[in-house]
Design a binder for this molecule. Structure first.
Ligand code: TRP
Length: 369
């Protein structure tokens, strides 16, 4: 079965090498990793482990950086439901980029996007999730002095004129071809990609200065930027660069992506320790053998084991990860024990996140553009 990867749907077992060819992004190779290490002082585990695995024009952004022309970061979140730990992956990396390159971040909340695309999401719900989701973004620890939130409907006065300039240069046939839209698609959805293009150059408009942009995002968002990279240079700005990550697999198995609307596949940032424990014990797909005896003899398969896969995202210590891999493969480590390690890791992570999320309630104003 071939996988489906679009901004609105991810299905099947994703083969990331195939996606590189299909989408036309470039694989992050060792030369690029060395270059990042030289400039950032270190290499984030997501890069070492191939979780951030592809890019467009990252070298151009680094060339400018070396000349003293700093880039800005741009990423976003369309409110449509509670934030789960899969959403945090690109944000964790964005925070690292902000800290290590000392750059500004523009974070977009397109509060109209999911309202337009999801039949069952009301306007009121999307506004409620907007408030909730902002807390999770603040809880990532972004520097309020270097981070600006852009909310599409609240910053419409700044964004709409720029979106029009983009929209005028995109035809319906392009949108049909890239996003699979049809004559039955509502016209708000057809227009939407021009709003997602705006933050990739809005800071240049506001500061009246030409600055490169780097967009960290999950690979499913690439179609938007494929379109905007064609248009933005025509408006007189740098073509935005981007860097793409893989999906955190759903709890239930290494296929598709974690989904907020399917409880059993996701761990939300607000889940308490007991809920996390129950969900992992009950739903985490195991690569172990059916009996302890057989597992000890033949060993487990970490490549399809969700607990192991999640530790690749959440355990920073390479040595620990390697040992877990080997012990699980040899049968020394049992599925139950591996789940126990994951539960401890996730609960430790979430305890910290939830503390910062609580404090975030008073900080929203500081982040608004
Ligand atoms: N479309 C994204 C979502 O569905 C939100 C988003 C807006 C975004 N701008 C972005 C994501 C830039 C990554 C990078 O949540």
């Amino acid at each position: 079965m071939t996988a489906t990867v679009t901004p609105w749907e991810v299905k099947g077992v994703v083969d990331y090498d195939t996606l590189i060819t299909e989408f036309g992004v470039s694989k992050i190779d060792q030369t690029l990793l060395n270059r990042i290490k030289k400039l950032a002082g270190e290499v984030h585990p997501f890069l070492r482990r191939g979780i951030f695995f592809a890019h467009r024009d990252l070298n151009l952004v680094l060339d400018e950086y070396e000349k003293g022309n700093k880039f800005f970061l741009y990423t976003g979140r369309a409110p449509s439901g509670p934030v789960h730990i899969g959403h945090l992956v690109p944000w964790m990396f964005t925070k690292w980029l902000q800290d290590n390159f000392d750059v500004e971040l523009y974070f977009q909340f397109p509060d109209e996007e999911k309202f337009l695309f999801k039949e069952n999401l009301s306007w009121e719900e999307s506004q409620m999730y907007l408030q909730e989701n902002m807390l999770d973004v603040i809880a990532m620890g972004f520097d309020p002095k270097k981070t600006k939130f852009l909310i599409d409907t609240q910053h419409a006065n700044l964004m709409y004129p720029e979106a029009l300039k983009v929209a005028k240069r995109i035809t319906f046939s392009t949108v049909k071809a890239v996003f699979g839209m049809t004559n039955e698609t509502n016209i708000g959805s057809i227009f939407y990609t021009s709003m997602q293009a705006v933050p990739a150059f809005l800071p240049c408009v506001l500061k009246k200065k030409k600055m490169p942009c780097l967009i960290p995002h999950a690979i499913d968002q690439d179609p938007h930027f494929r379109v905007s990279r064609d248009v933005i240079p025509k408006l007189g700005y740098y073509k935005p660069a981007s860097i793409q990550c893989k999906f955190l697999p759903p709890l239930t198995g290494v296929t598709g992506k974690m989904s907020s609307s399917e409880e059993s596949t996701a761990i939300y940032t607000t889940d308490d320790a007991k809920t996390v424990k129950n969900k992992i014990n009950k739903h985490a797909f195991s690569g172990g053998k059916p009996t302890v005896e057989e597992h000890r003899k033949k060993g487990g398969n970490p490549d399809i084991d969700v607990s192991y896969q999640w530790l690749l995202f959440f355990e920073e210590d390479d040595k620990k990860v390697k040992k877990i891999y080997e012990d699980y493969k040899s049968g020394k480590l049992l599925s139950g024990e591996l789940k126990g390690m994951l539960i401890e890791k996730i609960n430790g992570f979430l305890a910290e996140h939830q503390k910062r999320r609580k404090l975030a309630e008073k900080q929203v104003g500081k982040f608004m553009l």
